[in-house]
Design a protein around this ligand. Structure first.
Ligand SMILES: [Fe+2]
Length: 208
């Protein structure tokens, strides 16, 4: 069974040029930031393992400040930094043409695909980090959640389907401060086939 320490970073799942989002931005985003999170996730995992095995520092564990507290905080930040970016990259590289079971469900829930996209996109203007369409396994519904940081705002028991990165590093070099234009292009580059596949997988989970 693979562990955090030998986690294999995923390559960008597409090679084509995207609408609006430059290769330079993608290279920085994937090769520097995402791979950086993978490296830090492993470093944190290694330090936690060392602490667990040696026992050194466990007696000093403290909620105001302690080495273990710092590592626990960094663990969720780096791990979600890895996973959220993988979800985000996985739905880019498409042609934006929408069809499939997820699309049918979104139309049933939001009235039309356009209404879903408008609500999701506006949510992207309202948060500081991530917008996530998830399958909520507790209530068996699609839900949009917003996160201001990798390890803030996520809801346990929810499986991401569509993840949008709205941190400035995702768009500033190409769009300046025009996040709205970046989000509009996100949908032009969107891979609905991938999103449908993910929906088919995660909607089988029922933890209620
Ligand atoms: Fe990012």
């Amino acid at each position: 069974m693979p562990s955090t320490l030998d986690y294999e970073a995923k390559p960008l799942p597409f090679e084509k040029d995207l609408v609006g989002i430059s290769q330079k931005t993608l290279a920085i985003h994937h090769d520097k930031l995402y791979l950086g999170y993978v490296a830090k996730m492993k470093e944190v995992g290694s330090k936690l393992k060392e602490m667990r095995q040696s026992g050194v520092g466990l007696d000093a564990s403290n909620q105001s400040y302690s080495d273990l507290r710092s590592l626990r905080d960094a663990e969720t930040f780096t791990t979600n930094g890895v996973y959220l970016h993988e979800y985000y990259f996985s739905v880019l590289g498409g042609d934006g043409v929408a069809s499939g079971t997820l699309v049918d469900e979104l139309i049933a829930k939001y009235g039309s695909l356009e209404q879903f996209i408008a609500f999701f996109s506006a949510s992207g203007m309202a948060v500081r980090g991530w917008v996530v369409l998830a399958w909520d396994t507790q209530i068996q519904r699609l839900k949009i959640y917003g996160c201001d940081a990798h390890n803030q705002g996520g809801v346990w028991g929810c499986m991401p389907i569509i993840v949008l990165d709205v941190y400035e590093h995702a768009y500033f070099a190409d769009y300046g401060s025009d996040r709205k234009a970046y989000i509009a292009d996100f949908w032009k580059n969107f891979n609905w086939e991938k999103a449908n596949e993910m929906y088919e997988k995660v909607s089988k989970f029922n933890l209620s």
